[in-house]
Write a protein that binds this ligand. Structure first.
Ligand code: IMP
Ligand code: MG
Length: 178
């Protein structure tokens, strides 16, 4: 498949995304206002854009770290094998960790991540995902904050890639059918 910008329909506009992120940011601000030490961990690469907008919408002192995971090759199907491509740079023991994900599909990536992070004994662990594709779930994962629930289609843009491209689109698009 060779996708071009012209082949994409807008599923979620820049405005819809930004409005929703402000709502989630307010929710997170409220939920964490009495806890010290909010530590936000973005899962690279897909969540880099969501992270930057989300942390601006959280009105609290916080710290940020990054972790690289990869489960997809250059295709639109999950390989089922999750690999850590980059570990955290800071310890998370006794910290209130909020993991920022772009999308939960089968759930395999998050399951792997949650199990890995739990062994490091954070004070608490919660997940915020911009998108959720529940139809494709094969393992149970607890996601505390979700931006949008979407149909089981391959989406691109706003951090999400197709063969590493299109991450810079300010909206989320879907490949036009037919
Ligand atoms: P899971 O392990 O199947 O839940 O897949 C999660 C990861 O696969 C996400 O963090 C994304 O990086 C990638 N992914 C899943 N669905 C899509 C999609 O529709 N577009 C782009 N990447 C996706
Ligand atoms: Mg991801």
């Amino acid at each position: 498949m060779n996708i071009k910008r012209e082949d994409l329909d807008v599923l979620l506009s820049e405005e819809q995304i930004q409005t929703r992120i402000k709502e989630i940011g307010a929710q997170i601000t409220e939920a964490y206002k009495d806890r010290d030490d909010l530590h936000v961990i973005a899962v690279l690469k897909g969540s880099f854009m969501f992270l930057t907008d989300l942390v601006k919408a959280i009105d609290l002192e916080l710290t940020v770290d990054f972790l690289g995971l990869s489960s997809y090759g250059d295709s639109t199907e999950t390989s089922g094998v999750v690999r850590m491509t980059q570990d955290l740079s800071l310890p998370i023991k006794n910290r209130h960790v909020l993991v920022v994900e772009d999308i939960v599909d089968t759930g395999l990536t998050l399951k792997y991540l949650v199990e890995n992070l739990q062994t490091r004994h954070p004070a608490s662990l919660a997940i915020v995902s911009l998108l959720d594709k529940p139809e494709n779930r094969t393992v149970d994962v607890d996601v505390q904050y979700t931006g949008f629930t979407i149909p089981n289609e391959f989406v691109i843009g706003y951090g999400l890639d197709y063969a590493e491209k299109f991450r810079n689109l300010p909206f989320i698009g879907v490949v036009r059918k037919g």
